[in-house]
Design a binder for this molecule. Structure first.
Ligand code: R5P
Length: 313
């Protein structure tokens, strides 16, 4: 087995390599002055089972291109099997036409990855599970839930605990975690009565006096979380914190971080699927937990042709 990484998240790639006790393959990923990507793999990969660890996170297009170019280099170097390990699958939110004459970019990206001759994809908490069907190769969609569950048990062990989905679309994710923790769920139901009118937030479930933990796949501007926290506290919640799989904060992150720091959220826990800049890691309300062991174990199982779904039993 060989592990290769682009530039998207070298910290996570190293942590996965440490878990597997396997070195990262020597390679150079660089840019030409006009920003084109160039890759040289400095080790023999002929006949090898290669895992390329590279999320399409900010800057999404460059990191996606690095992944495609790495896969092309491996394929032309006669690797036996190539797995794209994308802890965060960017473009996932563009999974349907949102209006006339708009793209389904998640499908286009899936086509590009498949066309590069990727044999399989390993990812985590896809924005929508059905994106797996956009690929014509096997996809393993891991859940950060077991890692989040452990952390919640360590830090929020209370009979008053309630898992909250910040929107109706996240109910399945919230229920999956709540069932593992044996606690109840609540749902924030947002709706805009008429175009141009302010959004109304209704809480489904009794959160009075409860320790509420919001769970979601993505934090971007932080708006969803901050508004949900405010609505929950208004309904009598004792405390509100949040666990998010993918901190898509990098682009406008200074604003998002400031918004979260100034909000009623007591803490925001993100996983390391996306490498965060130092100012995010240093922010008082932010804490990072690692999914490296989970991704490492999934890679080990794929390499050994063992069950991956057993990880979530
Ligand atoms: C939406 O469907 C996602 O699950 C997230 O709730 C959303 O992307 C969060 O975005 P923001 O932090 O900008 O509100």
């Amino acid at each position: 087995m060989k592990l290769l990484t682009g530039m998207a998240n070298q910290r996570l790639a190293q942590a996965v390599a440490d878990y597997l006790d396997a070195p990262l393959t020597k390679a150079v990923v660089k840019h030409f002055p006009d920003s084109e990507v160039f890759v040289t793999i400095d080790e023999n990969v002929r006949g090898q089972d290669v895992f390329v660890i590279q999320s399409s996170a900010y800057p999404a297009n460059d990191h996606l291109m690095q992944l495609l170019v790495c896969i092309d280099a491996l394929q032309r170097a006669s690797a036996k099997r190539i797995t794209a390990v994308m802890p965060y699958f960017g473009y996932g939110r563009q999974d349907r036409k949102t209006g006339g004459r708009t793209p389904i970019s998640a499908k286009l990206v899936a086509n590009m990855i498949t066309a590069a001759k990727t044999d399989r994809v390993l990812t985590m908490d896809l924005h929508a599970g059905q994106i797996q069907g956009f690929f014509d190769v096997p996809v393993d969609n891991l859940y950060a839930a077991p890692v989040i569950e452990e952390d919640i048990k360590r830090n929020y062990n209370s009979r008053e605990l309630m898992i909250v989905s910040p929107d109706v679309g996240g109910v399945v994710r919230a229920r999956f975690l709540a069932e593992r923790l044996g606690c109840e769920i609540a749902i924030v139901d947002k709706r805009r009565p008429r175009p141009g009118e302010a959004e109304v937030m209704n809480i489904i479930g009794d959160v009075d006096g409860r320790i509420c933990v919001l769970v979601d796949d993505i934090v971007d501007s932080g708006g969803t979380l901050c508004n949900a926290a405010e609505a929950l506290l208004k309904e009598g919640a004792e405390q509100v914190s949040a666990y998010i799989s993918h901190g898509v904060l990098a682009a406008g992150s200074k604003d998002a971080v400031a918004r979260i720091e100034a909000s009623n959220l007591s803490e925001l826990v993100i996983t390391d699927t996306i490498e965060q800049p130092d100012h995010v890691l240093a922010a008082k309300k932010f804490r990072e937990i690692s999914v490296a062991p989970l991704i490492g174990e999934a890679i080990r199982r794929i390499a050994n042709e063992e069950s991956v779904s057993k990880l979530f039993d």
